[in-house]
Design a protein. Sequence first.
Lengths: 812, 209
Amino acid sequence: MNPTKQVNQNTNQNPDQGKLLQTDASPEISFKAVNKSFARLDGYEKVTGRVAFGADISKYRQIYAVNVLSPLAHAKIMQIDLSQAMKVPGFTAAATAADVPGSNSMFGRFPVLAAEEVKFIGDGVAVIAAETREAAVLAASLVKVTYRELPAVLTVKEALAPEAPRVHPDLEDNHIEHSHHKMYSGNVETGFSQADIILERDYTTGFAYTGYIEPEAVAVYPDPGRNGIVIEGTIQNPYSVRENVAAALGVPMNHVRVIQTAIGGSFGGKDESVIVMAARCAVLAAKTRRPVKMVLSREESSRIGGKRHPYFSHYRIGATRDGTITAIEDTVYAQGGAYNKQAMFLNWRGSVHAAGPYRIPHVKTDIYGVYTHTLYGTAYRGFSAPQLVFAVESLIDELAEACRLDPLEFRLRNCLKPGDTIPSGQTLDPEKMPANLREILLAVTDKTGFKKKWQENRIRAIQPGHQNLKQLTPQQLSGIGLSATYRGAGLGGEGLDTGAAVLTLDRDGYLNIQSSSTEMGQGIRTAHAQIAAEVLGISMDRVSFSPTDTSITLDAGPTVASRGILSGGNAVKIAAEKIRARLASAAVEILGCTRNPHPSRNGGKEALEFSNDTVYLSACPENSISLTELAMECHRNRGIPLTAQGWFTPEPEKLDHATGQGNAYPTYLFGAAVAEITLDPGTGKISVKKITAAYELGRAVNPDIVIGQLTGSIMQGLGYGIMEEIDVRSGALQTLNFDEYMLPGVMDLPEVDILLYETDSNVGPYGAKGIGEIGIELIAPAIANAFFNATGRRIRELPLNFERALLGKALR
Amino acid sequence: MCSNHDNHDNHDNHDNHDNRRRHNHDHRQIGAAAEHYSAEQNTVPGQLFPLTLTVNGHLQQLSVRADERLLDVLRERLGLLGTKEGCGIGECGACTVIMDGKKVNSCMVLAAQAHNSSILTIEGVEEPDGTLHPLQEAFIEAGAVQCGFCIPGMVLSGYDLLARRPDPTEEEIKQAISGNLCRCTGYRQIIDAVKLAGRKMRNGGNDED
Ligand code: FES
Ligand code: FES
């Protein structure tokens, strides 16, 4: 039996949250700094408005850059006429593909500026700089580009048709390179032959916009010191920006210095778009030797920024009459758009998750990525899970219905348990992976009275007359729906999951952290500070951070995949432990004791205790020295360096590419959610009344921050489920601003009840696995299942907006 | 400190997503600097007009272009960068400031409309010595801050509400911030922060109107 514990409940502000966490299922674990709701370290600068975001950076003599974007999905560029633009007073410089000094093909085939042809509406053709933003906007509008329009492929279907125009003519067809991932286990035909019931279904999800409230902004200026350039901005992954811009300029990477400003939300999105912006501004800065600033309007951000990939999923699933799943087979297409930096990783993760958190002996999954002449897909929170969990969890409900079991019973019968083997062949080692999905499913359903409500609604929905919505009230159209998931922690086999940090204890006993993980609002710095504080017994107000700056912080890859805690946090812990060991070596001499060389053999007690900014003998707490004195002593008299590097490199996880077999991720998180809704039969509006969700996350380093991450994710999942839709008819984006692209507002907030389950695992620091993403993926399927429960109708396409709710299809 | 606005009970009917859909195409002309210069215009409007206004208690006399928005005046002329631009069309509330005691989206106010007005921005909410307003403390304590981009607007919406309703209900708080979008927090902790601030202020934790 695994020591899981449920730690806290409601997101209603609860000053006792930190205390509640102490009632640990493993009471011998007690923490000093971790597992407590400390206030964020960046709270002060953010509530006062002092913090600087990208648009807040200004440099003396800066010029303003504005993009000239393609209005066509696919066209040959015949001529670019700058003559009118150059007459605008204040015009300073222009750049086209011909001005790119280095490589014009960045990672994922993104050009700095399109050279021969444009491949989507929003592709950059030129960039204009002027003394004022207004002049640059005007000049950009006067650039005359002559195009010869070419046939475009706007959908996956068109892209895969025989003889379809190719998005990248050097490729054989429109399949994205290395994006086909497989997960084959058992033999699906055997599995289907054992099934009494077989369902075949299609599910569709569209593009979705990250919708961060801060549009992208960068300031790029010549570096006086070394003939290079400096880039500041709203950059999620500074090292990717550095590498790509260096290649575009044709200079070594250390000639490009990237400094991250505060980021007003990213969720994976401030990646490709800011790389492209930084590269364009860098070309202009190199050309003019002046600082260049580019701030996107919301409309430009919508046009240029990446979106969540649409998924088209075809599933076939079989079960015996008693409700045991025997086989699942799925073919999934991800629409990648014109350029691609993600599909090969995205679909890899997708292949691991496509069969859901269930014990299924025979699995065959094929996921493909496809180029189209449209907006491109980026790494938006969840990274294939929001799409696939919607599909699988809708499918599981449909299969339960076909087996005449309620959705809970069916899931309990099939869900993964400790010791089970997932389709990749990896066993959920009960020591490392508690896999308490059953417990979680029971918790969310008990708490909501799921079974009873579900049955009452279901009986009502099959009454004659229930199909005539207009005669019903919203109360008669209430529904409850369930969903479940599991999610690989960190990058797993997507790439090497390194984390890096350098910690310096100053001689006054204050600590500075240089972390390779970037702060985007998720609170990673506060969590890292807590990890360091746990090791060193230092108080939180003594911890500061260096800015994320490629000339200071270490390159340990991008801050993605919820890995800031797992790998970044481990790196901080390793560095802090090194400093602690050095301090201890001095302290034992000063305090006159011998160091216990084998603390584990001595009742687990270390000779020294680090706590409250003090170091003391465990056996004799009066015999102590303050951290300040000890640090000073190390610096002044002993020459002990109190700077240490932590570099965390996990075992690489690997899957065999031909079959998908192998260890996919070091560990998994589990979750389940219940959505309760009503439907307004007049308008088709779905009101989400309550979300009850439970997550197994290893350890909550900072419970308040965890609850904030999960609540924010749940609201994004709600938007994805019922509101957010990108209209790309004819390739042109219709939803350019927040009047047309509907983000959830506070009026859409349901009651949210979050249950956290902590478990001890040895992978992340203090067991923490990272919760940046898992909150989002359960919500849309839980709502879709609740909609079925309310109406008896199944909608297999997101979002469940007014039209789909009333008519079952979108009005186009 | 800056308490120079009238108490007023007239509730603005704030948008939620249902009516956001309907009414906004006309706003596009006014906002979104990058969108509203037409190709026929051949010169940048350059003529300057005198503008007088009080910002955070300081009288300012400036020369501005006719097409400048209050948001541009605050950010670019006065360097008050705490006021943010998220949409430019009155949808997100990141640019919220208080003008003559009324909450406005500063992207939707032309500079000329702010002539002789008194403006409170996020920079004027704290005490001159940097002591935080109870609202600001409450945002930190309630865990209501993530990326922080929406926060100045949220704080000012909360400020406007608590000036009128010292002990607001949950529903009143939701109404008050319904014009402010936040993509990070899911709003729960922001609502809690406004509640907590109300408690602090009623308990004499800080100065009130
Ligand atoms: S920037 Fe003014 S409301 Fe969005
Ligand atoms: S905290 Fe990021 S938008 Fe609100």
